[in-house]
Each structure stands twice: as C-alpha cells, then as structure tokens.
Design a protein around this ligand. Structure first.
Ligand code: 6PG
Length: 255
C-alpha cells in the first residue's frame, strides 16, 4: 500500500528541500528532548542527496546545528577509513569536508579499524559505541535513533540486511557482522532489523529509474513487503517517510 508519508518530486534535486525540512524537524525535536541529535546514515547515493539538503543557506526553515549531531553508520564496510569502499569516507567527502563555517562540527562515530580482520569483533565494538552513546545495554532494549536515513537496494536490501539473510531473525544484538555480502565488499557490519525499524524517525531516499522495479515490489506485492526494506517500511509504521523522485516510482500502483 501507499506509505502514509510519501514525498515525490520530479527529480532528486527537487526533493532536497523537503528532505531538509524532515531532517530539521527531527533535529529540533531531538535537541528539545535530549539536547543531542543521534543520526544513523547509510552509504550508497544517500550522502550526496543529504548534502544537497543540508549544506545550503537557510531559507527561513531553521538551522542545521551540526554541533549537536552524532553521526553513526547504519552499515559500514570492513575497510580502512580512507578506502574507496568506506561509508565513512563517503560521508566525509560528501558532507563533513564541505560543511560551511558557522554550521558547527558534528561528532562522527566511525568503526574501529583495529578490528578489520574480525567482523564479529568489529560489530561488538560498534555496539559498544552505541551503548556509550545511547544507554547501557541492560537499561534499554534497543538504541532509539532520533533519525535513520536509509537507502533501498535493487534487491530490497537496506542497511546491510540482505534478502534471505539469517541476520533478519536477530532480535537481540544491535550490530551484526556480515562476511558474505552479495553486494561487494563482502565484509561489513550493519544495524540489526529491530534497531532499524525502531528509529524514532526513519527516512528512506530512493531516486532514479534503477529503483522502479524494487519500489513496485515493495509497495505493490506481499513478497516485496517481506524484503528487508519492505520490513523496515511496514514495521516502522508511520515513523517512516519516503523521499523519492518520479523515475523511482514510475508504474507503482500503491494498491
Ligand atoms: C551500503 C549502503 C546500502 C545502500 C543501498 C542503496 O553501504 O551498501 O548503506 O545499504 O544504502 O545499497 O544504495 P543506493 O542509494 O546507492 O541505491
């Protein structure tokens, strides 16, 4: 069915102002609630779209207060931080390196590259990072991100949760290791499915004609709703918003 919060625009550039308003609303609510804004971001095309939304002059819709931001990675590849496959590097290149003076400086939480050879240990360490930022594991069941900004792969993956993966059954761990990702590189860590769909707000960004087949599946078929991206969409309920361009949803019926 049609998600309650679907924002569709002719092009990726045109969705930026709407994504900006969404992120600023999440930021302001979080700062009011606990004086910090904890955001999880994906790799792929997302950082570039996000940069277009954030790194622009305010047009009266409020300010990006990067000093209050804590940026985490919804998924990350087990590679050095300056490697071309690194999501940290991507976020740095697209956003962090381009923040104009006066917008503040976010606190970024990259993976610990000491554990590149041991993805289980890398996942455990990243979970500890989350525990440090959110709360002790025994006092909260899950870390509640103020905002998760996610992509949806052509096979229906989100974060690094791939269709058919046994990781989708995880109910306890917050961060999971992957050593056989179907999308290269094979070694990664990812937020678990429950952490993803418990985000206080969840924003999916999907642009380009390359997305139309998977968008059709997710919104128009029962099987598609069971793919990782469809699961976060359904289980996240009205906390989920979609930012799409027309090519991505061409032919979607939203029955
Ligand atoms: C990754 C990404 C991944 C991505 C999707 C969508 O590190 O592999 O985080 O989950 O978000 O593959 O990517 P696009 O937005 O580029 O289609």
């Amino acid at each position: 069915g049609k998600p309650p919060n679907l924002y569709a625009f002719p092009s990726a550039d045109e969705l930026a102002p709407s994504l900006r308003t969404f992120v600023l609303d999440a930021q302001n609510a979080a700062i009011e609630r606990h004086n910090v804004f904890r955001v999880g971001v994906s790799g792929g095309s997302l950082p570039q779209v996000l940069a277009k939304a954030l790194l622009v002059e305010s047009n009266g819709d409020g300010k990006v207060q990067f000093d209050k931001w804590h940026i985490f990675f919804a998924d990350e590849r087990a590679v050095p931080l300056d490697h071309q496959d690194s999501n940290y590097r991507l976020v740095k290149k697209e956003i962090l390196d381009k923040i104009p003076k006066g917008m503040g400086t976010p606190t970024v939480h990259p993976i610990d590259v000491k554990y590149l050879d041991d993805v289980q240990e890398m996942a455990d360490q990243y979970e500890k990072t989350l525990v440090g930022a959110f709360a002790a594991r025994d006092s909260v069941k899950l870390p509640l991100f103020d905002l998760l900004l996610l992509g949806c792969g052509p096979d229906g993956h989100t974060c690094s949760l791939f269709p058919g993966s046994p990781l989708l059954r995880e109910v306890d761990a917050w961060v999971l290791p992957i050593s056989d990702s179907p999308k290269p590189p094979p070694k990664r860590i990812t937020l678990s499915l429950p952490v993803a769909y418990h985000g206080i707000r969840i924003g999916f960004v999907a642009t380009g004609a390359g997305k139309k087949d998977i968008m059709k599946q997710i919104f128009d078929t029962e099987e598609g709703a069971e793919l990782p991206c469809g699961l976060v969409n359904t289980k996240g309920e009205d906390r989920v918003s979609w930012f799409v361009d027309y090519p991505a949803i061409e032919g979607v019926a939203f029955p």
